[in-house]
Design a protein around this ligand. Structure first.
Ligand SMILES: [Zn+2]
Length: 387
């Protein structure tokens, strides 16, 4: 029985991957890559002269194909489809076999191990994070790697408690909402749309106390006064816009080589309003397009940056009796596990699509191979097409 279920899941994942592939080929004209194609040596040569930067963006809490990479969803992602994918290596079958909670799944992406801790607990990942491997092996200071995360529940994601790594050896975590709350010192009336912390369990309020960024560092690290921060925040319409504002400042002032940004607006879907979910997808699509343009215009990043965009996982399909369609990700069905990944920029072949299966845990070993560090405890395998 178990065997039969597994093969059905695999078949479903393959089917979903193929329909994504065929849709993308017809909508964007990208070509199908073979497993033997590697990144262009010419591009690699250019990169070698400048310090390489890697930025990972998680695509917002997960969206389904019918609202994104399918004929009926394409109107929601014009920037991904027409600006980014033609420049990308796109992988249509990234499977997440772990727990489908945002913190634990994002931590799994960052450790290369399917972490099994309680998603709603203020605890660090059990295994070393990419940030710890990166700093230890390449002897980088803490200013060279940062995480910007939307939810206070992500405050421990920057470093594990694994012996020989752990506190002080990973990435600092900026929680823009936490920062904004602190900046407001109590009066948050004008900013409530930017401060909603967790869409799935709104009453969960984690205890902070990790290596997070504090208000007094706004001025010293981001070179922003509290007043400027508050004034600019007032012009923004969502938490992910607030995160992107902080990211831009961080890139200009600290220019980290390894930067990790978790977007989360799409997860408003848990509230059950389809229109808000669609609005979240469209905004995330626009922010990804704007972010790629920003990378191309910042002197520290243009020409030497590889950008990865991928969801932590998807959402439930309409057909599963145990789920509630787009609203949640509770059934663990193949639709909610079979996601995608795009890589673009330095060292990446443009306009190619790959449909073979890979795992969420493959990201960390891939980044390790690209940047020259060894994520020795990660479970995944480097994606050869990016090396
Ligand atoms: Zn969610």
């Amino acid at each position: 029985m178990v065997q039969a279920g597994l093969s059905t899941s695999r078949e479903f994942a393959r089917h979903l991957s193929c329909s994504r592939r065929d849709f993308l080929r017809s909508a964007t004209g990208v070509t199908l890559g073979s497993a033997l194609m590697c990144a262009s040596p010419f591009v690699r040569g250019v990169v070698a002269g400048k310090k390489r930067k890697i930025i990972v963006v998680t695509f917002g809490g997960g969206a389904r194909d019918q609202e994104t990479f399918a004929p009926e969803g394409q109107e929601n992602i014009p920037h991904l489809l027409h600006e980014l994918i033609p420049q990308s290596s796109f992988f249509t079958q990234m499977v997440n076999q772990g727990i489908l909670g945002h913190y634990v799944a994002t931590a799994s992406l960052a450790t290369g191990v399917y972490e099994t801790f309680n998603n709603f607990a203020a605890i660090p990942p059990e295994h070393p994070t990419i940030f710890e491997y990166f700093r230890k092996d390449l002897k980088r200071p803490s200013s060279d790697t940062w995480v910007v995360a939307p939810s206070n529940g992500f405050n421990r994601i920057g470093e594990s408690d694994y012996s020989s790594y752990g506190p002080g050896t990973g990435a600092r975590v900026i929680l823009p909402k936490h920062l904004l709350t602190a900046a407001m010192s109590g009066t948050t009336t004008d900013y409530e749309h930017l401060l909603r912390d967790n869409y799935e369990t709104p009453l969960y309020a984690p205890r902070l106390g990790g290596n997070e960024f504090e208000l007094q560092q706004l001025e010293t690290i981001l070179k922003l006064s509290v007043d400027d921060f508050k004034t600019h925040a007032k012009t923004l319409s969502s938490p992910d816009e607030l995160s992107m504002y902080v990211v831009r400042q961080l890139m200009r002032q600290q220019a980290p080589s390894l930067l990790w940004i978790t977007m989360h607006d799409i997860d408003v879907a848990h509230a059950g309003a389809y229109s808000l979910y669609i609005e979240g997808i469209r905004r995330t699509d626009r922010l990804c397009g704007e972010f790629w343009k920003l990378i191309q215009s910042e002197p520290e990043y243009m020409g030497n940056t590889t950008l990865f965009i991928l969801p932590d996982f998807g959402r439930d399909s309409d057909g599963d009796a145990g789920g509630n369609g787009f609203q949640h990700h509770r059934t663990g069905d193949p639709a909610s596990r079979t996601t995608w990944m795009m890589a673009l920029g330095s060292g990446v072949r443009e306009g190619v699509i790959y449909d073979h299966p890979m795992q969420s845990t493959d990201l960390v070993p891939t980044l390790g191979a690209m940047m020259g560090f060894s994520p020795s405890l990660s479970q995944g395998r480097p994606v050869q097409e990016l090396l």
